[in-house]
Design a binder for this molecule. Sequence first.
Ligand code: GRF
Length: 215
Amino acid sequence: MSTASEPPARKEGEEAVRDRIRLGVLISGTGRTLQNLIDRIRDGRLEAEISVVISSRDGVPGIERAREAGLPTSVLRRREYRDDEEYGEAIARELDVRGARLAVMAGFLHLFRFPERWKGRVLNIHPALLPKYGGKGFYGRRVHEAVLAAGERESGCTVHWADLEYDHGPVLLQKKVPVLPGDTPESLAERVFAAECEAYPEAIERIGRGAARWD
Ligand code: GRF
């Protein structure tokens, strides 16, 4: 006999599927960050699913990685829209239609000027300890060159909620790495990227279990 305190009967696997956070991943290039998320979801280290991969460019390796993983993809080119606002609305609509709940920028090289309904649901990862070495023009190798030129002793990565400026918005978590004597932009980039591969899934996992949000 069932009592009021018993949880309702559930079909096997139903809870896990319902609770899994649905991601829309925004890319522009190689998609290494996307690949890391795919791998971690696949081997069970990240409780999430990817509803769509949106790329600002066609023919980039990131799109291939998404297709190989059997994920829905969509190419939305900035130049086909009048301004950032129209572009942001198109991205948001695609995310909505595909059922994504959290947008994850993963090497996305344009401003995502998202509409109000997406505020607090867009994440970015940056390969430096923001607010240093961020903003328009600070991407890829340039970030690490600037860190080395400034003689910094440490660098790292930042996961933050995106607002409507490049590399700006409340910080969710940072991971630090040392800058070592003899570092080149490449060797530093590699060390920072390894930290990113831990930081992004960790941030997504926190959001998924309701432990982090932008109030
Ligand atoms: C990472 O360094 C990330 O911080 C930045 O883009 C780089 C990843 O690009 N936002 P990708 O995943 O290799 O395309």
